[in-house]
Design a protein around this ligand. Structure first.
Ligand SMILES: [Zn+2]
Length: 440
Protein backbone atom coordinates (compact mmCIF):
# COMPACT_ATOMS: atom_id res chain seq x y z
CA UNK A 1 0.00 0.00 0.00
CA UNK A 2 1.53 3.32 -0.99
CA UNK A 3 2.03 6.17 1.43
CA UNK A 4 -0.50 8.14 -0.56
CA UNK A 5 -3.13 5.43 -0.25
CA UNK A 6 -2.52 5.20 3.46
CA UNK A 7 -2.79 8.93 3.70
CA UNK A 8 -6.09 9.06 1.86
CA UNK A 9 -7.47 6.35 4.13
CA UNK A 10 -6.14 8.24 7.10
CA UNK A 11 -7.97 11.31 5.87
CA UNK A 12 -11.21 9.45 5.56
CA UNK A 13 -10.86 7.91 9.00
CA UNK A 14 -9.81 10.97 10.94
CA UNK A 15 -11.68 13.89 9.50
CA UNK A 16 -14.96 13.05 11.12
CA UNK A 17 -13.31 12.93 14.49
CA UNK A 18 -11.63 16.36 14.42
CA UNK A 19 -13.19 18.53 17.10
CA UNK A 20 -15.49 21.25 15.92
CA UNK A 21 -15.75 19.90 12.42
CA UNK A 22 -18.66 18.60 10.56
CA UNK A 23 -18.55 16.36 7.58
CA UNK A 24 -22.28 16.05 7.26
CA UNK A 25 -22.94 19.06 5.04
CA UNK A 26 -23.54 17.97 1.51
CA UNK A 27 -20.97 19.24 -0.93
CA UNK A 28 -22.51 21.40 -3.65
CA UNK A 29 -20.08 19.88 -6.15
CA UNK A 30 -17.64 17.03 -6.53
CA UNK A 31 -14.11 18.13 -5.66
CA UNK A 32 -11.68 17.92 -8.55
CA UNK A 33 -8.90 16.66 -6.31
CA UNK A 34 -10.69 13.67 -4.79
CA UNK A 35 -8.20 11.10 -3.59
CA UNK A 36 -5.12 13.19 -4.16
CA UNK A 37 -4.48 15.82 -1.50
CA UNK A 38 -2.37 18.59 -3.05
CA UNK A 39 0.46 20.46 -1.43
CA UNK A 40 -0.43 24.06 -0.59
CA UNK A 41 1.99 26.95 -1.03
CA UNK A 42 1.01 30.32 0.41
CA UNK A 43 3.00 33.27 -0.89
CA UNK A 44 2.00 36.53 0.77
CA UNK A 45 3.52 39.97 0.40
CA UNK A 46 2.98 42.50 3.12
CA UNK A 47 1.64 45.93 2.17
CA UNK A 48 1.20 45.18 -1.54
CA UNK A 49 -1.61 47.15 -3.12
CA UNK A 50 -3.08 45.39 -6.12
CA UNK A 51 -2.92 48.36 -8.49
CA UNK A 52 0.86 48.57 -8.17
CA UNK A 53 1.38 45.22 -9.89
CA UNK A 54 1.60 44.72 -13.63
CA UNK A 55 -1.03 41.97 -13.63
CA UNK A 56 -3.46 44.49 -12.11
CA UNK A 57 -2.71 47.18 -14.67
CA UNK A 58 0.16 49.17 -13.18
CA UNK A 59 2.06 51.02 -15.89
CA UNK A 60 5.47 50.11 -14.45
CA UNK A 61 7.18 46.73 -14.59
CA UNK A 62 7.09 45.99 -10.84
CA UNK A 63 6.05 42.33 -10.90
CA UNK A 64 7.21 40.52 -14.08
CA UNK A 65 7.79 37.15 -12.42
CA UNK A 66 4.43 37.02 -10.66
CA UNK A 67 2.68 38.41 -13.77
CA UNK A 68 4.13 35.63 -15.93
CA UNK A 69 3.30 32.95 -13.37
CA UNK A 70 -0.25 34.31 -12.93
CA UNK A 71 -1.14 33.89 -16.62
CA UNK A 72 -2.30 30.34 -15.85
CA UNK A 73 -3.82 31.31 -12.52
CA UNK A 74 -7.21 32.43 -11.37
CA UNK A 75 -6.71 36.17 -10.87
CA UNK A 76 -9.19 37.87 -8.56
CA UNK A 77 -9.59 41.46 -9.73
CA UNK A 78 -11.71 42.55 -6.81
CA UNK A 79 -10.38 40.92 -3.65
CA UNK A 80 -10.98 42.70 -0.36
CA UNK A 81 -8.97 42.42 2.83
CA UNK A 82 -10.72 42.49 6.21
CA UNK A 83 -8.50 45.23 7.66
CA UNK A 84 -5.77 47.62 6.56
CA UNK A 85 -2.97 46.29 8.71
CA UNK A 86 -1.20 43.02 9.25
CA UNK A 87 -2.36 41.33 12.42
CA UNK A 88 -6.14 41.41 11.87
CA UNK A 89 -5.72 40.85 8.12
CA UNK A 90 -3.64 37.70 8.49
CA UNK A 91 -5.68 36.41 11.44
CA UNK A 92 -8.65 36.57 9.07
CA UNK A 93 -6.85 34.58 6.38
CA UNK A 94 -5.84 31.86 8.85
CA UNK A 95 -9.22 31.56 10.65
CA UNK A 96 -11.82 32.75 8.10
CA UNK A 97 -13.27 35.07 10.72
CA UNK A 98 -13.57 38.85 10.73
CA UNK A 99 -11.86 40.98 13.36
CA UNK A 100 -15.05 41.28 15.41
CA UNK A 101 -14.77 37.51 15.92
CA UNK A 102 -11.02 36.91 16.36
CA UNK A 103 -10.45 40.27 18.12
CA UNK A 104 -6.91 40.74 16.93
CA UNK A 105 -7.60 44.48 17.01
CA UNK A 106 -4.58 46.25 18.39
CA UNK A 107 -0.80 46.07 18.71
CA UNK A 108 -1.48 44.43 22.06
CA UNK A 109 -3.69 41.63 20.67
CA UNK A 110 -2.96 38.03 19.97
CA UNK A 111 -4.98 35.19 18.45
CA UNK A 112 -6.36 32.91 21.13
CA UNK A 113 -5.47 29.19 20.72
CA UNK A 114 -9.18 28.29 20.84
CA UNK A 115 -9.54 29.47 17.21
CA UNK A 116 -9.08 26.66 14.68
CA UNK A 117 -6.67 27.76 11.97
CA UNK A 118 -6.14 26.46 8.45
CA UNK A 119 -2.65 25.11 9.27
CA UNK A 120 -4.10 23.26 12.27
CA UNK A 121 -6.82 21.71 10.12
CA UNK A 122 -4.27 20.57 7.55
CA UNK A 123 -1.79 19.38 10.18
CA UNK A 124 -4.52 17.36 11.93
CA UNK A 125 -5.35 15.79 8.58
CA UNK A 126 -1.77 14.62 8.14
CA UNK A 127 -0.08 17.56 6.41
CA UNK A 128 3.41 18.73 7.20
CA UNK A 129 3.09 22.47 7.83
CA UNK A 130 5.80 25.12 7.73
CA UNK A 131 6.07 28.91 7.67
CA UNK A 132 8.85 31.40 7.12
CA UNK A 133 7.74 34.79 8.33
CA UNK A 134 9.21 38.25 8.17
CA UNK A 135 7.05 40.66 10.13
CA UNK A 136 6.89 41.54 13.79
CA UNK A 137 3.21 40.52 13.89
CA UNK A 138 4.27 37.05 12.81
CA UNK A 139 6.46 36.59 15.84
CA UNK A 140 5.08 33.82 18.04
CA UNK A 141 3.68 36.08 20.70
CA UNK A 142 0.87 37.19 18.35
CA UNK A 143 -0.50 33.66 18.05
CA UNK A 144 -0.50 33.22 14.27
CA UNK A 145 1.90 30.25 14.48
CA UNK A 146 -0.96 27.92 15.50
CA UNK A 147 -0.80 24.70 13.53
CA UNK A 148 2.65 25.14 12.01
CA UNK A 149 4.86 22.15 12.78
CA UNK A 150 7.83 24.26 11.63
CA UNK A 151 7.51 27.98 12.27
CA UNK A 152 10.53 30.05 11.42
CA UNK A 153 10.15 33.58 12.76
CA UNK A 154 13.83 34.47 12.63
CA UNK A 155 13.01 37.43 10.39
CA UNK A 156 9.98 38.54 12.39
CA UNK A 157 12.43 41.02 13.75
CA UNK A 158 11.95 42.41 17.24
CA UNK A 159 10.07 45.65 17.48
CA UNK A 160 13.13 47.40 18.86
CA UNK A 161 14.64 47.10 15.39
CA UNK A 162 14.14 49.66 12.66
CA UNK A 163 12.28 48.63 9.54
CA UNK A 164 15.23 48.97 7.21
CA UNK A 165 15.55 45.22 7.03
CA UNK A 166 15.72 43.35 3.73
CA UNK A 167 14.55 39.74 3.99
CA UNK A 168 13.00 38.56 0.70
CA UNK A 169 16.15 36.84 -0.50
CA UNK A 170 16.49 34.90 2.77
CA UNK A 171 12.79 34.00 2.93
CA UNK A 172 13.07 32.58 -0.59
CA UNK A 173 16.28 30.73 0.22
CA UNK A 174 14.54 29.00 3.13
CA UNK A 175 11.48 28.27 1.01
CA UNK A 176 13.60 26.80 -1.79
CA UNK A 177 15.50 24.64 0.70
CA UNK A 178 12.17 23.27 1.93
CA UNK A 179 11.00 22.50 -1.62
CA UNK A 180 14.25 20.75 -2.43
CA UNK A 181 14.00 18.63 0.69
CA UNK A 182 10.43 17.66 -0.19
CA UNK A 183 11.37 16.80 -3.77
CA UNK A 184 14.32 14.70 -2.61
CA UNK A 185 12.34 12.46 -0.26
CA UNK A 186 10.14 9.44 -0.99
CA UNK A 187 7.76 10.59 1.73
CA UNK A 188 4.54 11.57 -0.02
CA UNK A 189 3.09 13.38 2.96
CA UNK A 190 1.46 16.52 1.53
CA UNK A 191 2.58 19.86 2.93
CA UNK A 192 1.52 23.42 3.52
CA UNK A 193 4.28 26.01 3.22
CA UNK A 194 3.72 29.70 3.90
CA UNK A 195 6.29 32.27 2.84
CA UNK A 196 5.53 35.80 4.02
CA UNK A 197 7.50 38.66 2.43
CA UNK A 198 7.92 42.02 4.12
CA UNK A 199 10.02 44.27 1.90
CA UNK A 200 7.39 46.52 0.28
CA UNK A 201 6.44 47.60 3.81
CA UNK A 202 7.96 50.93 4.83
CA UNK A 203 10.65 52.08 5.18
CA UNK A 204 11.10 51.88 1.44
CA UNK A 205 14.63 50.61 0.94
CA UNK A 206 16.61 51.30 -2.24
CA UNK A 207 17.86 48.13 -3.92
CA UNK A 208 20.92 48.78 -6.00
CA UNK A 209 20.51 47.69 -9.61
CA UNK A 210 16.73 47.40 -9.24
CA UNK A 211 15.29 50.57 -7.74
CA UNK A 212 16.95 52.91 -10.25
CA UNK A 213 14.48 51.81 -12.94
CA UNK A 214 11.65 53.27 -10.86
CA UNK A 215 13.48 56.24 -9.35
CA UNK A 216 14.57 56.66 -5.76
CA UNK A 217 13.39 60.14 -4.81
CA UNK A 218 9.69 59.69 -4.00
CA UNK A 219 8.27 57.14 -1.58
CA UNK A 220 6.04 55.73 -4.31
CA UNK A 221 9.05 55.20 -6.57
CA UNK A 222 11.02 53.42 -3.88
CA UNK A 223 7.93 51.34 -3.03
CA UNK A 224 7.83 50.24 -6.69
CA UNK A 225 11.49 49.20 -6.42
CA UNK A 226 10.70 47.19 -3.28
CA UNK A 227 7.93 45.32 -5.12
CA UNK A 228 10.27 44.57 -8.03
CA UNK A 229 12.92 43.31 -5.61
CA UNK A 230 10.40 41.07 -3.83
CA UNK A 231 9.03 39.81 -7.16
CA UNK A 232 12.54 38.76 -8.19
CA UNK A 233 12.85 36.50 -5.15
CA UNK A 234 9.31 35.15 -5.31
CA UNK A 235 10.06 34.29 -8.93
CA UNK A 236 12.95 32.10 -7.76
CA UNK A 237 10.56 30.08 -5.56
CA UNK A 238 7.95 29.70 -8.30
CA UNK A 239 10.64 28.65 -10.78
CA UNK A 240 12.00 26.10 -8.32
CA UNK A 241 8.53 24.69 -7.73
CA UNK A 242 8.17 24.08 -11.48
CA UNK A 243 11.74 22.86 -11.94
CA UNK A 244 11.21 20.20 -9.26
CA UNK A 245 7.88 19.19 -10.81
CA UNK A 246 6.06 20.04 -7.59
CA UNK A 247 3.78 22.49 -9.37
CA UNK A 248 1.87 19.49 -10.76
CA UNK A 249 0.43 18.77 -7.33
CA UNK A 250 0.64 22.09 -5.52
CA UNK A 251 -2.09 24.65 -5.02
CA UNK A 252 -0.44 28.08 -4.92
CA UNK A 253 -2.20 30.97 -3.20
CA UNK A 254 -0.70 34.42 -3.69
CA UNK A 255 -2.10 37.37 -1.73
CA UNK A 256 -1.36 40.44 0.31
CA UNK A 257 -2.64 41.32 3.78
CA UNK A 258 -3.49 44.95 2.89
CA UNK A 259 -2.41 47.81 0.63
CA UNK A 260 -0.62 51.12 1.15
CA UNK A 261 -1.56 54.77 0.82
CA UNK A 262 0.47 57.47 -0.90
CA UNK A 263 -1.71 60.49 -0.15
CA UNK A 264 -4.55 59.02 -2.25
CA UNK A 265 -6.92 60.25 0.47
CA UNK A 266 -4.54 62.57 2.30
CA UNK A 267 -2.81 59.86 4.33
CA UNK A 268 0.28 57.68 4.18
CA UNK A 269 1.21 54.07 4.93
CA UNK A 270 -1.61 51.89 6.35
CA UNK A 271 -3.73 50.99 9.36
CA UNK A 272 -5.43 54.40 9.44
CA UNK A 273 -8.32 54.11 6.93
CA UNK A 274 -10.25 51.66 4.76
CA UNK A 275 -10.09 53.17 1.28
CA UNK A 276 -9.48 51.09 -1.82
CA UNK A 277 -5.71 51.59 -1.88
CA UNK A 278 -5.64 49.99 1.59
CA UNK A 279 -8.10 47.09 1.36
CA UNK A 280 -8.12 46.00 -2.27
CA UNK A 281 -5.42 43.37 -2.44
CA UNK A 282 -3.90 41.06 -5.04
CA UNK A 283 -5.22 37.51 -4.81
CA UNK A 284 -4.24 34.84 -7.31
CA UNK A 285 -4.77 31.10 -6.93
CA UNK A 286 -3.18 28.58 -9.25
CA UNK A 287 -4.47 25.03 -9.15
CA UNK A 288 -2.97 22.22 -11.23
CA UNK A 289 -5.15 21.42 -14.23
CA UNK A 290 -7.28 24.55 -13.92
CA UNK A 291 -7.09 27.08 -16.77
CA UNK A 292 -6.23 30.69 -16.03
CA UNK A 293 -8.99 33.28 -15.88
CA UNK A 294 -9.87 36.68 -14.45
CA UNK A 295 -12.59 36.97 -11.85
CA UNK A 296 -14.19 40.41 -11.71
CA UNK A 297 -16.64 39.60 -8.91
CA UNK A 298 -16.14 40.76 -5.34
CA UNK A 299 -14.30 38.17 -3.22
CA UNK A 300 -12.63 38.41 0.19
CA UNK A 301 -9.47 37.17 1.87
CA UNK A 302 -11.82 35.57 4.43
CA UNK A 303 -12.73 33.16 1.60
CA UNK A 304 -9.22 31.71 1.27
CA UNK A 305 -9.57 29.09 4.04
CA UNK A 306 -12.74 27.35 2.81
CA UNK A 307 -11.47 27.53 -0.77
CA UNK A 308 -8.25 25.73 0.14
CA UNK A 309 -10.14 23.09 2.13
CA UNK A 310 -12.30 22.33 -0.89
CA UNK A 311 -9.12 21.29 -2.69
CA UNK A 312 -8.30 18.85 0.11
CA UNK A 313 -10.94 16.14 0.18
CA UNK A 314 -12.56 14.96 2.28
CA UNK A 315 -11.96 17.99 4.48
CA UNK A 316 -14.92 20.31 4.68
CA UNK A 317 -14.90 23.91 5.89
CA UNK A 318 -16.08 24.10 9.52
CA UNK A 319 -19.54 25.44 10.23
CA UNK A 320 -19.72 29.01 11.41
CA UNK A 321 -16.77 30.51 9.56
CA UNK A 322 -17.37 33.74 7.70
CA UNK A 323 -15.81 32.81 4.36
CA UNK A 324 -17.40 30.90 1.51
CA UNK A 325 -15.51 28.61 -0.83
CA UNK A 326 -14.49 30.03 -4.18
CA UNK A 327 -14.10 26.49 -5.53
CA UNK A 328 -17.06 26.82 -7.95
CA UNK A 329 -15.05 29.49 -9.79
CA UNK A 330 -12.41 26.86 -10.53
CA UNK A 331 -15.11 24.86 -12.26
CA UNK A 332 -16.04 27.86 -14.38
CA UNK A 333 -19.06 28.92 -12.38
CA UNK A 334 -19.85 32.39 -11.02
CA UNK A 335 -19.28 32.91 -7.32
CA UNK A 336 -22.11 33.58 -4.94
CA UNK A 337 -22.33 37.36 -4.43
CA UNK A 338 -21.71 38.37 -0.83
CA UNK A 339 -20.83 41.70 0.80
CA UNK A 340 -17.33 42.31 2.18
CA UNK A 341 -16.66 43.72 5.64
CA UNK A 342 -13.50 45.50 6.81
CA UNK A 343 -12.85 46.90 10.28
CA UNK A 344 -10.09 48.74 12.13
CA UNK A 345 -9.88 49.60 15.82
CA UNK A 346 -6.31 50.73 16.39
CA UNK A 347 -7.25 53.72 18.49
CA UNK A 348 -9.99 56.33 18.68
CA UNK A 349 -9.04 58.24 15.57
CA UNK A 350 -8.64 55.03 13.62
CA UNK A 351 -11.90 53.23 14.29
CA UNK A 352 -13.71 52.52 11.05
CA UNK A 353 -16.06 49.94 9.61
CA UNK A 354 -16.61 49.44 5.93
CA UNK A 355 -18.93 47.33 3.86
CA UNK A 356 -18.82 46.78 0.12
CA UNK A 357 -21.89 45.42 -1.56
CA UNK A 358 -22.18 45.44 -5.35
CA UNK A 359 -21.58 48.96 -6.67
CA UNK A 360 -21.62 50.62 -3.25
CA UNK A 361 -19.05 51.04 -0.51
CA UNK A 362 -19.96 52.52 2.86
CA UNK A 363 -17.36 53.66 5.41
CA UNK A 364 -18.53 54.54 8.91
CA UNK A 365 -16.38 56.30 11.49
CA UNK A 366 -17.16 54.11 14.48
CA UNK A 367 -16.45 56.92 16.97
CA UNK A 368 -18.23 59.90 15.38
CA UNK A 369 -20.78 58.03 13.29
CA UNK A 370 -19.78 60.03 10.19
CA UNK A 371 -20.41 58.16 6.94
CA UNK A 372 -18.95 58.15 3.45
CA UNK A 373 -20.56 56.42 0.49
CA UNK A 374 -18.81 55.62 -2.78
CA UNK A 375 -20.21 54.35 -6.04
CA UNK A 376 -17.27 52.06 -6.80
CA UNK A 377 -18.51 51.29 -10.31
CA UNK A 378 -18.51 54.94 -11.38
CA UNK A 379 -15.80 56.10 -8.98
CA UNK A 380 -13.33 53.26 -8.48
CA UNK A 381 -10.79 55.47 -6.74
CA UNK A 382 -13.36 56.53 -4.10
CA UNK A 383 -12.94 60.25 -4.57
CA UNK A 384 -16.57 61.42 -4.48
CA UNK A 385 -18.55 60.86 -1.32
CA UNK A 386 -22.18 60.54 -2.44
CA UNK A 387 -23.73 59.77 0.95
CA UNK A 388 -25.91 62.90 0.87
CA UNK A 389 -27.32 62.07 -2.56
CA UNK A 390 -28.21 58.48 -1.60
CA UNK A 391 -29.51 58.36 1.99
CA UNK A 392 -31.53 55.22 1.21
CA UNK A 393 -28.38 53.37 0.11
CA UNK A 394 -26.58 54.53 3.25
CA UNK A 395 -29.42 53.21 5.38
CA UNK A 396 -29.46 49.88 3.57
CA UNK A 397 -25.68 49.36 3.78
CA UNK A 398 -25.68 50.35 7.43
CA UNK A 399 -28.16 47.54 8.06
CA UNK A 400 -25.93 45.11 6.20
CA UNK A 401 -22.92 46.32 8.20
CA UNK A 402 -24.72 45.97 11.53
CA UNK A 403 -25.86 42.48 10.58
CA UNK A 404 -22.34 41.38 9.60
CA UNK A 405 -20.69 42.85 12.69
CA UNK A 406 -23.32 41.46 15.03
CA UNK A 407 -22.93 38.01 13.50
CA UNK A 408 -19.14 38.24 13.78
CA UNK A 409 -19.41 39.29 17.42
CA UNK A 410 -21.77 36.42 18.19
CA UNK A 411 -19.35 33.99 16.58
CA UNK A 412 -16.59 35.44 18.74
CA UNK A 413 -18.48 34.43 21.85
CA UNK A 414 -17.74 30.80 21.03
CA UNK A 415 -14.02 31.38 21.52
CA UNK A 416 -11.77 32.58 24.30
CA UNK A 417 -10.47 36.10 24.15
CA UNK A 418 -6.69 36.15 24.37
CA UNK A 419 -5.40 38.45 27.07
CA UNK A 420 -3.41 41.49 26.00
CA UNK A 421 0.28 41.05 25.36
CA UNK A 422 1.12 43.70 27.92
CA UNK A 423 3.42 45.75 25.70
CA UNK A 424 4.78 48.90 27.31
CA UNK A 425 3.89 52.38 26.09
CA UNK A 426 7.39 52.66 24.61
CA UNK A 427 6.96 49.41 22.71
CA UNK A 428 3.58 50.54 21.41
CA UNK A 429 5.12 53.80 20.23
CA UNK A 430 7.76 51.79 18.40
CA UNK A 431 4.95 49.95 16.62
CA UNK A 432 3.76 53.32 15.41
CA UNK A 433 7.26 53.80 14.06
CA UNK A 434 6.55 50.90 11.69
CA UNK A 435 4.36 53.32 9.80
CA UNK A 436 1.01 52.60 11.37
CA UNK A 437 -1.31 55.43 12.34
CA UNK A 438 0.16 57.35 9.43
CA UNK A 439 -2.97 59.23 8.37
CA UNK A 440 -3.15 62.97 7.94
ZN1 LIG B 1 0.95 44.05 6.76
Amino acid sequence: MSVRTILVLFFAATTLAVAGWTATRERPFEPRYAGSPPNVLFVSVDTLRADHMGIYGYGRNTSPAIDAWAKDGVVFDNAQASASWTLPGLATVLTSYYSSTHRCWTFNSRLDPSFPTLPEMLRDAGYDTMAVTSHVFLARRYGLQQGFVHFDDEFAHPIEDPTEVVTSEMVSDKGIRFLEQKAATDDETPWLAWLHYFDPHGAYVVHEGISEEFGVTSERDRYAGEIRYTDLHIGRVLDKLAELGLDENTLVVFFSDHGEEFQDHGGARHGHALYRELVRVPMIIKAPGVAGRRVPELVRTVDILPTVLDFVPPLIPPEGIEGRSLFPIFEGRAPEQLPALAEIRLEERTSFDCVIDGRWKLIVNAMSGEVELYDVEADALEKNDVSEQHPEVVAELKQTMVRLIRRAQERGEGFNKASDLGLSQTQLEQMEGLGYLGGD
